[in-house]
Every structure is written in structure tokens, then in C-alpha cells.
Design a protein around this ligand. Sequence first.
Ligand SMILES: C[S@@+](CC[C@H](N)C(=O)[O-])C[C@H]1O[C@@H](n2cnc3c(N)ncnc32)[C@H](O)[C@@H]1O
Length: 258
Amino acid sequence: MVPIRERRHTGQIHRHFDLRAETYGATSTWTHQERLARIIELLTIERDTPSFVDVGAGIGTMRRPLLNRFPGARYVGVDLSLRMLQNADQGTSAYAQADAHALPLLSHSFDCVLARQVMHYLERPVDAILEFRRVLRPDGSVLIIQGTPLPGDDASWWKSVMQVAQPVRQHRWTADGLRSVLRKGGFQTDIETTETVRLKLHDWLSYQGLDPRSVRLARSLHEKAPGSVKAGRKFKELGDGDIEFDAFFTMLLARPCR
Ligand SMILES: C[S@@+](CC[C@H](N)C(=O)[O-])C[C@H]1O[C@@H](n2cnc3c(N)ncnc32)[C@H](O)[C@@H]1O
């Protein structure tokens, strides 16, 4: 762990993840190694020992699959929450407590910036994307992995669920929105793909670290979801009060425009 002074406080998010740090890795859906390996396959990097900065690294879930695919690579994880970083798989990697909007890293020093499930927490996403661009080598790339609504989802249902389940969230991204913010930050998207992940409601709600009232509310929003949502997300009642359904992720690989 490299102790780096936190430059700016986005206290609410910081506190939220400090509280979730101990249990964050307990839901295997988020740490599933084969799933993470499939994400890493999107990367093509020519350099023998590439360097990665994982912005909003949390407990460093991307580190191991990256090092499996690129042995000898340099991995740096940056996060606002020191507690999340303290729960990270340390290895020989470096971690720094810092804000995505002001990375304590040299310009043009990384081959790839990763941001998995982070964009929805950023106060000023375009500024953060410009910061990603600053630390990237000119031939580098950024990989964004972000939960987005399913095509045809009911927008007001999605908004209500997100307000309850992820109260510190700042944005509800769509694939179009992500592409547009990348463009504003000087990137051109080369690859856009999606991933559908089967989730159990109980797991998903416990992963969010919610209080019991919010859990009840989120569960009732799922139980009373519009028929179109239940069909689109392939809801399946599991009999013990739990529900299985599809969640949807958009993955964008982009490189700096010349
Ligand atoms: C949902 S977790 C994702 C963690 C990890 N990327 C993963 O895929 O498991 C979001 C992480 O982003 C971090 N985060 C949110 N806003 C941030 C910011 N402005 N700068 C740095 N980290 C931030 C949070 O502290 C949290 O650890």
C-alpha cells in the first residue's frame, strides 16, 4: 500500500464504501474469476509488461485476472475508500487512496485505465475521463464496465430501484451516455459489448449494504415490478422468497483521439 494523501473529499461515497468494505467481496457474482477473465480478454496490449491503473479499484477484484492474463504487469489500484483498499489482495501491487478526478500519477505513464462499476459515483465524469486520458500513454486505452438498464427496461422502475439500492449513486448511465462522456473526454470507442449476469435478489441486496427498511423497499419494488421488466429480466421466483433475474453491463474499450 502506498500512503498517498487524499486530495479531495467526496465524503458520502467514501463513508459508504468504508462501511461496505468487509462484506464487499462476499458476493461471488462480483469476484467470479471466469467472468472477470472474459472482461480482460477485451484488452489487446502490445507491450510485454503493461501497466494498469484500476480507478475505483475497491478490493482490487480486477488485479488477479489482469496479472493472470499479463504476467509481470504493473497494477496500481486507486480508491477513495481506504477500508476497501485495506481489504484488497495486496500482492506486489501498489494501492493509493485518491480521487478519480485527481489521480496522484504521472502523465502518460499507463497503458490502460480500468473503471469497473465506478462511473455512477463520479461527481464530474468528464473531468475524470480527462484525468484518465492524462495518465494514459498516447497508445493506451480505457476500459469502462458499467451496469446499465436492459434495452426496453421501464425507466421509472429502474430509477426507483437505483434510488433505494444505491443511494450514493450520482448517475444512471446508459451505453449512449457512456459513449458520449468518453467522446467529451477525448476518447473514441473501439469496442462496445455487453454482459448479462444472473443475480439473486437476496445476494444483490446484501451486497449493497442496505439498512433493513431499504432492503424491504427494494424487495417490494422487485415483487411489484411491471410485467415488461419481469419478462425482460427473466424473473424467476425461487420459492424461498428470493428472486433470480438478469442484470446488464455495458463494456466500452476506448482510446485517446489523436
Ligand atoms: C462498486 S465499487 C467497484 C469496485 C471495483 N472496481 C470492482 O469492480 O469490484 C465502486 C468503488 O469506486 C470507489 N469510488 C467511488 N467514487 C470514487 C472516486 N471519485 N475516486 C476513487 N474511487 C471512487 C468506491 O470507493 C468503491 O470502492
